[in-house]
Structure formats: structure tokens, C-alpha cells
Design a protein around this ligand. Structure first.
Ligand code: GLU
Length: 277
């Protein structure tokens, strides 16, 4: 008889354990990021800090500055009201997805292309900026376009976690691709002659050429890179709020003002193409 009671006790303990585990996973999947952000009056954005024009750390005041940072601030005010706060955490192409999925950030606005691969892991808003992949070379380089890099011995520099290092294989399959940790390291590598060209999106490359007049974006864009804001899968409330906020920022003319502020003086940048309504 005692044994039966012992067995029943064990069974009961097991049932309680399984039920509480179920409750745990339920409560985490029910986490409502938008509701939490409204409570704290803060949205935490993951932005680049190594990418001039989009998100770059200003060492003078320790603030990250760029088009994406300003757009995130404007969208935060649309979502939370004029006293809403935008908090920024720096991400790289490699760290942005894990940081989002671990809950360290609420959303990614970091030059991230909407791709079917990534859509399996995160949810995207509609596109807020349309870029295209290109190459940056030394002004006196013999490289005329991505095609001239498609040969044995050519070295192309890129960044880990970007889709550019994958895409480039289709356009210059014979070249070697060297992947650096972030864009400042990739640029340093190009300047020290470790590669023939650096590849990523044209907007990012323009930022580098503005700072480094001896380097030029050459040959035009060879892919389409629509940037989306990524939120964790299932955060539909937040995603919808972001899409609405983006529309408002566009319709108010704020979006175009920001495009002009950051890209208005960049040689080769097509403002007309970037403007929205
Ligand atoms: N837009 C490309 C990507 O999402 C390249 C820029 C980046 O590394 O963030 O991978």
C-alpha cells in the first residue's frame, strides 16, 4: 500500500512540474513587447554604431548618430507620444538577431535587409529604406565593377552576418571573401591593402567615401536591399504600431527631411529615388 502512495506522490509531483513548465513557456510567448514599452514609456532599439550616415558612435558625446537613429526617435514619439523615450543599444550585423531573440532589444533598425531566410526567424515591418549592394575601391583602382573581381587571386572584404558576403559569391565566385567583425574593421582592412574592394550596401559605402575622399563607390548597385525593422516573431502589436508610425512619419514630411539631413550632401546619392510621397 505504501508503495502505491509513493508512486501516486511521484506522479502528482510530475504532473505539477509539467503544468508549471507549460505555464512558463506560455507566459514568455505571451510577453507583449508593445504593452511593456508603453508601461516603461521606452522603446529599446538595436542600431549600428559603426556605420556613418545610418548609425555611428560620436566619441565626443558618446551618442550614436545617423538616419536610422533619427527615424527611430521620430517613430518612438509616434508610438508612445511626445514624451516617449528611445533607448539605443549598439549592434553589429552579426549580433543583431541574437540580441533581439534574447530580448535585449525590442526592435532592430540596423541596415538590415528583409530576406526570406531572416523572415523565418524574425518579423519585419515594411521597408523604410531601399539600398542596393555595391563595391568600394581606391580611387586609382583598376577594378571597374564587380565583374572585374571575378577572378582567382582577387580578395573582397565584407562583414560577418551581412548578406553581402553571401550575395557576392554569385557575382564574383572566383574571388576570395574575407569577413571582418564590423564595418570599421573592414574599412581599415581595405585601407591597409588587405583586399581589392569592400562590399556592402551603397548607402553604407557612401558614408565611408564621404569620410575618405580617396575611396569611391564604383559600378553601381547589383542587388536590391530593402531595409526593414525587425521585431521578435509574434510581436504583431509592435509590428503594426511600427508600420503605422512609419506611415505617419512619411506623410508628415519628416521622413524626407531626415533623408535630406543625412544624404543631401552625399555625392552620387539619388535623393529623388529615396524620397517618399
Ligand atoms: N543590408 C545588408 C544586410 O542586411 C548589409 C548591411 C549590413 O551588414 O547590415 O546584411
Amino acid at each position: 500500500m505504501k508503495k502505491v502512495y509513493q508512486k501516486l506522490g511521484l506522479l502528482f509531483a510530475l504532473v505539477v512540474m509539467v503544468m508549471s513548465l507549460g505555464a512558463c513557456s506560455n507566459s514568455s510567448s505571451k510577453k507583449n513587447v508593445l504593452a511593456d514599452d508603453k508601461k516603461s514609456n521606452t522603446i529599446t532599439w538595436g542600431v549600428k554604431a559603426d556605420t556613418k550616415l545610418f548609425g555611428l558612435m560620436d566619441v565626443k558625446d558618446n551618442q550614436i548618430k545617423g538616419f536610422e537613429v533619427d527615424l527611430a526617435k521620430a517613430m518612438t514619439k509616434q508610438i508612445l507620444g511626445k514624451d516617449g523615450k528611445a533607448r539605443f543599444l549598439q549592434v553589429t550585423s552579426q549580433t543583431r538577431m541574437p540580441l533581439l531573440r534574447n530580448g535585449n532589444i525590442d526592435a532592430i533598425m540596423a541596415t538590415m535587409t528583409i530576406t526570406p531566410e531572416r523572415e523565418k526567424q524574425v518579423d519585419f515591418t515594411r521597408s523604410y529604406f531601399d539600398a542596393g549592394q555595391a563595391i568600394l575601391v581606391k580611387q586609382n583602382s583598376k577594378v571597374k565593377s564587380v565583374k572585374s573581381l571575378n577572378k582567382k587571386g582577387a580578395v573582397i572584404l565584407g562583414v560577418v552576418g551581412s548578406n553581402s558576403v553571401q550575395n557576392i559569391k554569385k557575382f564574383a565566385s572566383k574571388a576570395k571573401v574575407l569577413q571582418l567583425t564590423d564595418y570599421s574593421q573592414a574599412l581599415t582592412a581595405l585601407k591597409s591593402g588587405q583586399g581589392d574592394a569592400l562590399t556592402t550596401d551603397n548607402g553604407i559605402l557612401y558614408g565611408m567615401s564621404v569620410e575618405n575622399p580617396g575611396y569611391v563607390v564604383r559600378g553601381g548597385a547589383f542587388t536590391k536591399e530593402p531595409y526593414g525593422i525587425a521585431v521578435d516573431q509574434g510581436q504583431t502589436g509592435l509590428k503594426n504600431a511600427m508600420n503605422k508610425a512609419l506611415t505617419k512619419v512619411e506623410k508628415s514630411g519628416q521622413y524626407n527631411k531626415l533623408i535630406y539631413k543625412w544624404f543631401g550632401h552625399v555625392k552620387g546619392f539619388d535623393l529623388k529615388e529615396a524620397y517618399r510621397q
